[in-house]
Ligand binder design. Structure first.
Ligand code: TYM
Length: 393
């Protein structure tokens, strides 16, 4: 089968953009393709970060993958830094990467502008070379990502072609290799909807982990009820004190406060209404309806009614990711509709809570994933060393 790789950075909290743009699509792909999903911890250090929380964030992210439905019996799930070949190939690739290509990267320009010159590390510039290495090591056919990674994928393709040209084919054969292309040239898989989920406070900027306001995003682990999961409270402190004291529920609260407009009805694709388009698109994806159905259903609704419909759809979709089916928490009084939801989604995998509390299980999945990935990665890496003329051990 064709091979698919993708990854998410373990920074901050995984949000609806990461989910709808990438992770949600991985789930259907793992049934038909050979899939590898990694947590890109090495990418997470390209901006100032907190060493105290990196390892926890890495495990949390792995647990979220599984809670969303990544099935470790089908996909290899592993931590990028556990497969050494990523960094090694990156060095080899960087010798073939013109600095000019990296300087053109939009994410580099944006992030370095925000960070301020004296804090911009070299790794922020060379970040796309590491990403290319993540992909090319596995001879990947497709890479499911959101829109914001398109340019990095383009660079990956150009780099693969360049290395194939510089070192592949007959030149490689003369050095004792098999000849032909060293790397497969991968293609991005960008979903028709959800590839660019926008901020809840500004329909013109994308939902992001690093935006200072938590109100700007729905996190996959945003509690549905305020009394659930006290340990998440600290991560949402930016407004949570107010939420807790008013007894509001986080997802409902965020949707209630999100930016809208004062046009009379609701519609997709009106450039003057980015917030409207964004919220309808989110609704489309979490409700599993088509765009046409949503357009029809929502055109006559006012914002108040639509917001409550959207909130319910979001909670229905996210709740099963957060909570265990098999062992619902004993100190939570679930409503009968919640219980029905649990059971109707039975096929929907193990959930975050259970997974994160079983560190041994999680670490075993990650170790197995890394072992499988290393086999493929090492073989590509050896080819590259050979083709580039290194003395072999
Ligand atoms: P990261 O961690 O920023 O984002 C993870 C995935 O989520 C997508 N995404 C979005 N999709 C829709 N709307 C949004 N608002 C939104 N925000 C983020 C991203 O496009 C991505 O698919 N460099 C990558 C991680 C990476 C990678 C790789 C991905 C490293 N190596 C190899 C694929 C293959 C990144 O920082 O993604």
């Amino acid at each position: 089968p064709k091979r698919i790789v993708s990854g998410v950075q373990p920074t901050g909290s995984i949000h609806l953009g990461n989910y709808l743009g990438a992770i949600k699509n991985w789930i259907s792909l793992q049934n038909t393709y050979d899939t590898l999903f990694f947590i890109v911890d090495l990418h997470a250090i390209t901006l100032p970060y907190d060493a105290k929380t990196l390892s926890k964030a890495t495990r949390d992210t792995a647990a979220i993958y599984l809670a969303c439905g990544v099935d470790p019996s089908k996909a290899s799930v592993f931590v990028q830094s556990h497969v050494r070949a990523h960094v090694e190939l990156m060095w080899l690739l960087s010798s073939a990467t013109p600095v000019g290509w990296l300087n053109k990267m939009i994410q580099f320009k944006e992030k370095s502008r925000k960070t301020g010159d004296e804090n911009v590390g070299v790794a922020l510039l060379t970040y796309p070379v590491l990403m290319a290495s993540d992909i090319l090591l596995y001879q990947s056919d497709f890479v499911p990502v959101g829109e914001d990674q398109k340019q990095h994928l383009e660079l990956t393709r150009e780099l693969a072609e360049r290395v194939n040209y510089l070192y592949g084919g007959r030149k490689w054969k003369k050095l004792g290799g098999r000849g032909g292309a060293i790397f497969k040239v991968p293609e991005p898989l960008i979903p028709p909807a959800g590839a660019r989920v926008m901020s809840l406070v500004d329909g013109l900027s994308k939902m992001s982990k690093s935006a200072p306001s938590d109100q700007s995003r729905i996190n996959l682990l945003d509690p549905k009820d305020n009394h659930h999961h006290a340990r998440w409270v600290s991560s949402i402190l930016s407004f949570d004190i107010a939420v807790l004291s008013t007894g509001m529920k986080v997802i409902a609260y965020k949707i209630k406060r999100c930016k809208t407009d004062s046009f009379p009805s609701l519609e997709f694709d009106n450039p003057e209404r980015p917030e409207c388009n964004n919220l309808l698109s989110i609704y489309q994806l979490v409700s599993g309806r088509t765009k046409e159905e949503v357009a029809q259903e929502c055109q006559g609704l006012n914002w108040g009614t639509f917001k409550s419909v959207l909130t319910d759809a979001l909670i229905d979709h996210l709740h099963p990711i957060q909570f265990s089916l098999i062992a619902p928490s004993p100190d939570i009084a679930y409503s009968s509709s919640e219980i029905n939801l649990f059971y109707s989604r039975k096929q929907f995998f193990v959930r975050y809570d259970e997974i994160i509390s079983d560190v041994a299980y999680l670490d075993r999945i990650l170790a197995e994933g890394a072992a499988k990935a290393s086999e493929i990665a090492d073989s590509t890496l050896n080819n590259v060393y050979q083709a580039m003329g290194f003395l072999r051990r």
